[in-house]
Each structure stands twice: as structure tokens, then as C-alpha cells.
Design a protein around this ligand. Structure first.
Ligand SMILES: Cc1cc2nc3c(=O)[nH]c(=O)nc-3n(C[C@H](O)[C@H](O)[C@H](O)COP(=O)(O)OP(=O)(O)OC[C@H]3O[C@@H](n4cnc5c(N)ncnc54)[C@H](O)[C@@H]3O)c2cc1C
Ligand code: FES
Length: 262
């Protein structure tokens, strides 16, 4: 883990309210694994004072790591105004990422909205595997184009809540259809997105006894295990009461979390 001033290589809008930012840091890239995140001081000044957490979304050219983010408040708005050539303080990579399955296994990636960010990096690392990528959005205008990610050849399906493109309804519909339709092979499921979607993914995979890893988002003040602000309750299968999402996660085996109290 390093803390450094990191140069912005680009910061461009790619969909409604959504930006893709490239930051130069060979040091962070050397350690980064899919599912890990960085804490970014989103403006060169002290307002806002707290860093914001963002998943590492991919790597370009061996020296640029990517962050895909949606503008939802003060910090992400400030980030969207940062321009090429400026530097921001970045801490990372942080947390525990995804455990990759052995080669040859089928993987189903299920994202909701901006939850696609860590799964793009995961898909890049699993390019030689049989991957089905299911991405859900509220509407067509929020769809993140992923041509830059080098994921051609991966089977991809999209759903939208309003039916403007793809399947109309939650992306978990497509997960359930795929799992029910495949008679023999047990896939690995990896998911990131809003809590109700993650809960449904966890229920479905548990019901079919399919291994599932989820990336969970909580508010994070420090990202380092110091503030206790990111605690989530564990399930009865785990020999402790809480996990700290910043250190024990953000990626967890879905069976280890207490979904009723998240
Ligand atoms: C490990 C991790 C990885 C993340 N990766 C990404 C990513 O790749 N791309 C991305 O766009 N976002 C990601 N997020 C969420 C991102 O950190 C928040 O959107 C950001 O901190 C919001 O800052 P803000 O100042 O713009 O919003 P604020 O002004 O702080 O908040 C605006 C609103 O959003 C809510 N909110 C803020 N943060 C969260 C959160 N973490 N969970 C739920 N609600 C929240 C607040 O309660 C408030 O209602 C990640 C979060 C975590 C914990
Ligand atoms: S964010 Fe401070 S302990 Fe996790």
C-alpha cells in the first residue's frame, strides 16, 4: 500500500453522470488485484476533508489505473471537475479482492449500476475463462460503454429497469434463468451493486449451492481499519460478530454476511 500524489491522465464523462478517470501510478498497479480499492483525496484542497473510496476498475498501458465513478454528492462532483495534468493524493491499493477460480471454470459476473467497476478489472484478469457478464442499469442512458476494457469475446447481457434496452427488469432475473437452465456445470458468481440486488444474488446462489463472492460498499472514513465506521455484521457461520469492510473486504464470501442486518 502506498500514499502518493498521482497524476490525472484523463477524466472523461462516459455515460449520464458517470466518469472514467485514468491515474498514473506504476506503484499502485504493481500491487493491485481485482476487488481492491483506493482512497482518493478528491480535490487538491482540504474540502472535502475525507478521502472517498473507489474500486480499481482496470489497468491501461502498465502504468495507468482506472476509476469509474458516478457523481452522487460533493466529493464525486469535485472529482468530476479535476482535469488532466492535476495531481491528487491516493492511498492504495486497499482491502481484500476477489479469489479467482481455477482456469476452465465458468464465471458469472453480476453488476448493478456503477457496481460494474470492480467486475471490469476482474473480467480483464479472467480473460481466458468462460465468462458470462450480466449488467443491470436503471435506464439506457446510464449504460457504461466498455469498449476500452478489452473484453471482446465475453458473453454480455444487459437489463434495464425501464426496459429502454435489453431485458426489462432486474438483472437477477437473468442470473436465475442462467442458473436454472444449466444442468451440469456449477459456476462461480461474482457480484457488485446496490444492496437489494446483492441480497437477491446471495439468496439465489445459496439456494443453488453456488459459490458467490460479493463486493460490498459502506461509508468509509479512513479505509484503514482505524475508525470502525465500515463495520457489517457477520453470519452465524463466522466466528466473530463484525467485519470491517475496508480490511476484511470489500469482497466477501456471500455466506459469511448477515444479510438481514446489512
Ligand atoms: C470499497 C468501495 C468501493 C467503491 N467503488 C466505487 C466505484 O468504483 N465507483 C463509484 O462511483 N463509487 C464507488 N464507491 C462509492 C463511493 O465511494 C461514493 O459514491 C462516494 O464516496 C460518494 O462521495 P460523495 O462525496 O460524492 O457523496 P456524499 O455527499 O458523501 O454522499 C451522497 C449520498 O450518497 C450516499 N453514499 C455515499 N457513499 C456511500 C456508500 N459508500 N454507500 C452507500 N451510500 C453512500 C450518502 O449517504 C448520501 O446520501 C465505492 C465505495 C466503497 C466503500
Ligand atoms: S473505514 Fe475506517 S475502519 Fe473501515
Amino acid at each position: 500500500m502506498t500514499e502518493q500524489k498521482t497524476e490525472i491522465i484523463f477524466n472523461s464523462q462516459v455515460a449520464s453522470g458517470t466518469f472514467l478517470m485514468g491515474m498514473r501510478s506504476p506503484e499502485i498497479i504493481a500491487e493491485a488485484a481485482p476487488g481492491q480499492f483506493v482512497m482518493i483525496r478528491v480535490s487538491p484542497g482540504l474540502d472535502p476533508i475525507l478521502r472517498r473510496p473507489f474500486s480499481i476498475c482496470g489497468i491501461q498501458r502498465d502504468d495507468i489505473f482506472l476509476v469509474l465513478y458516478r457523481v452522487i454528492g460533493k466529493g464525486t462532483l469535485a472529482l468530476s471537475r479535476v482535469t488532466q495534468g492535476e495531481t491528487l493524493s491516493v492511498l492504495g491499493p486497499l482491502g481484500r479482492g476477489f479469489n479467482l477460480p481455477e482456469k476452465g471454470r465458468k464465471a458469472i459476473l453480476v453488476s448493478g449500476g456503477i457496481g460494474i467497476a470492480p467486475l471490469i478489472f476482474l473480467a480483464q484478469k479472467m480473460h481466458d475463462m468462460d465468462i458470462l457478464f450480466l449488467s443491470g442499469y436503471r435506464s439506457k442512458k446510464e449504460i457504461v460503454p466498455v469498449g476500452w476494457a478489452g473484453l471482446s469475446g465475453i458473453k454480455t447481457f444487459i437489463s434495464t429497469d425501464d426496459g429502454t434496452i435489453g431485458h426489462k427488469g432486474p438483472i437477477t432475473d437473468l442470473l436465475e434463468t442462467d442458473i436454472s437452465g444449466s444442468s451440469h456445470e456449477i459456476p462461480f458468481v461474482f457480484s457488485c451493486g446496490p444492496l437489494p440486488m446483492l441480497k437477491r444474488v446471495a439468496e439465489t446462489t445459496l439456494e443453488h449451492q453456488i459459490p458467490c463472492q460479493v463486493s460490498v460498499e459502506t461509508h468509509m472514513a479512513c479505509g484503514l481499519g482505524a475508525c470502525q465506521g465500515c463495520a457489517v455484521r457477520t453470519s452465524s457461520q463466522v466466528n466473530r460478530t463484525y467485519f470491517h469492510v475496508c480490511q476484511d473486504g470489500p469482497v466477501f464470501d456471500s455466506r459469511s454476511l448477515d444479510w438481514k442486518n446489512l
